[in-house]
Design a protein around this ligand. Structure first.
Ligand code: F0G
Length: 445
């Protein structure tokens, strides 16, 4: 055998060898096998491995957030000075945003009716706490540290609390998280516990929890890290940065997000406004926000489904009375947001005005999808070997709907954001155990 790698029996008295192409898992006499290499690797490789891992030896260059630090330098530091970066910038060992970039997923493209080369999906679930929130949490906690805050406070449908608790633990800060009792995925709740946060259970929904947490932050000297915090928005700008950078700074035609509290589209809008103003991009992608049918405040108001008027930013003079009347209507009719995609089960999107500004700048649109459509979206992403949660399934589901309506054209370049990874294991198990579901692969045996 002259290959440099081969299989060899682990039993010294046997020592049978097999080619690397063999499917054997044991030798003829039933012993386990090892992979063996003939060459002794040079110790000089140590150097090479280090440079491959991290060319400049800095976690702030590895981080998918802080490698853009010149574009979010609210700490006003010398961004080339490693000591200053270490002193000011909060990072989980460079992990936030590090793995995130757009991918082509052919099965999703076939499902939604897009071209294989034009459809990109960007999984943000591979962040250290498992969602896009880490992008904005690293910057918000940087600001918290800058002003000497000791305690972070947030309300959450689960992912924000996981991210906040993780950074708080790492920065030795306290963290109180307000959650709608019984309405967040078990995998998210367990993260908040695991990272040592103080859980505060609120009888009500996310909107009630947010109101309570803001009140508590005001009266008990807490630092709010929900997306109403402008520093959260700064970090989340790096989501479109990474997408557009990957496309050689040629912006796509569309960027598609699930919509909840609307922090994400606010940050996308701000990123695009700035890039355009600076002359970094010549074209402005259109933002498409996808609401759940069961929590469709933006969809209803933007598309004139509540009163005839379509709610707009209107160059800074939005009809806020319309929003108030909508909320009053929800309250008087006892309508509560309801979807199995608990991440986006939000009736009063706290960033609605920034969201409208983003939609105006990008000539954006708002669509809505059902729980079943989100589950199919989530599942087809899985069949491409990528993991995402149900709310993220709104991106492919929304793209499909918009292509069917011919709003998005088949050959448009589209980037869909997959906001978080699966933290509710019962959802895919239930989905696949029901043969009625479109992509179900029921268990055998
Ligand atoms: N997708 C996931 C997985 C989320 O967790 C959220 C929001 C959204 C989409 C919506 O993003 O609020 O910026 O419009 N989750 C928040 C939380 C509310 O508490 O984790 P948005």
């Amino acid at each position: 055998m002259n290959e440099s790698a081969f299989l060899k029996c682990i039993n010294p008295s046997c020592g049978l060898e097999y080619p690397i192409y063999s499917k054997n898992i044991e030798c003829e006499r039933g012993h386990l096998l090892d992979v063996k290499y003939k060459k002794t690797p040079s110790t000089e490789l140590k150097e090479l491995f280090y440079t491959r891992r991290n060319p400049q030896g800095s976690i702030f260059n590895e981080s998918g957030v802080w490698r853009f630090r010149e574009l979010l330098n609210f700490c006003q530091i010398d961004t080339s000075n490693q000591e200053e970066c270490s002193k000011y910038l909060v990072s989980l060992d460079g992990a936030e945003g590090r793995q995130s970039k757009p991918y082509q997923m052919s099965k999703v493209a076939d499902f939604v009716g897009a071209s294989h080369s034009g459809l990109w999906l960007q999984p943000e679930g591979y962040n250290p706490s498992g969602s896009f929130k880490d992008n904005g949490m690293s910057t918000a906690v940087t600001h918290a540290k800058l002003i000497g805050a000791k305690k972070l406070i947030c309300a959450s449908t689960g992912n924000t609390s996981a991210a906040a608790a993780m950074y708080a633990a790492n920065e030795n800060m306290e963290c109180d998280v307000y959650i709608p009792a019984g309405q967040i995925a078990p995998g998210k709740l367990s993260q908040a516990y695991q990272f040592g946060a103080q859980i505060v259970q609120v009888q009500g929904n996310f909107d009630d929890a947010l109101a309570k947490s803001l009140d508590d932050a005001k009266h008990h000297d807490g630092y709010t890290v929900n997306s109403v915090n402008p520093f959260r928005i700064e970090g989340q700008k790096t989501i479109p940065y990474r997408a557009i950078e990957y496309l050689n700074w040629n912006p796509p035609d569309w960027i598609v997000y699930p919509g909840g509290a609307l922090g994400n589209i606010s940050s996308c809008g701000k990123a695009l406004m700035e890039l355009y103003e600076w002359g970094w991009i010549k074209k402005i992608p259109r933002i498409a926000v996808i609401n759940s049918e069961g929590a469709s405040t933006l969809y209803d108001l933007y598309n004139g489904n509540f009163e005839e008027t379509e709610l707009r930013w209107n160059k800074g003079s939005p009809d806020t009375g319309l929003i108030e009347r909508y909320y009053k209507h929800l309250d008087s009719k006892g309508i509560r947001p309801k979807t199995k995609a608990t991440a986006i089960q939000i009736g009063r999107p706290a960033n609605i005005l920034k969201g409208l500004r983003a939609l105006e700048f990008t000539n954006g649109i708002v669509e809505k999808v059902s729980d079943a459509e989100m589950m199919d979206g989530m599942s087809i992403v899985g069949l491409n070997g990528f993991d995402c949660e149900m709310a993220s399934g709104a991106s492919p589901a929304g793209i499909k709907k918009l292509i069917e309506k011919e709003v998005i054209k088949k050959d448009d370049v589209v980037v869909g954001i997959l906001t978080g990874r699966q933290k509710d294991s019962s959802l895919p198990v239930d989905y696949h155990n029901n043969p009625q579901n479109r992509f179900a692969i029921p268990p055998r045996g």
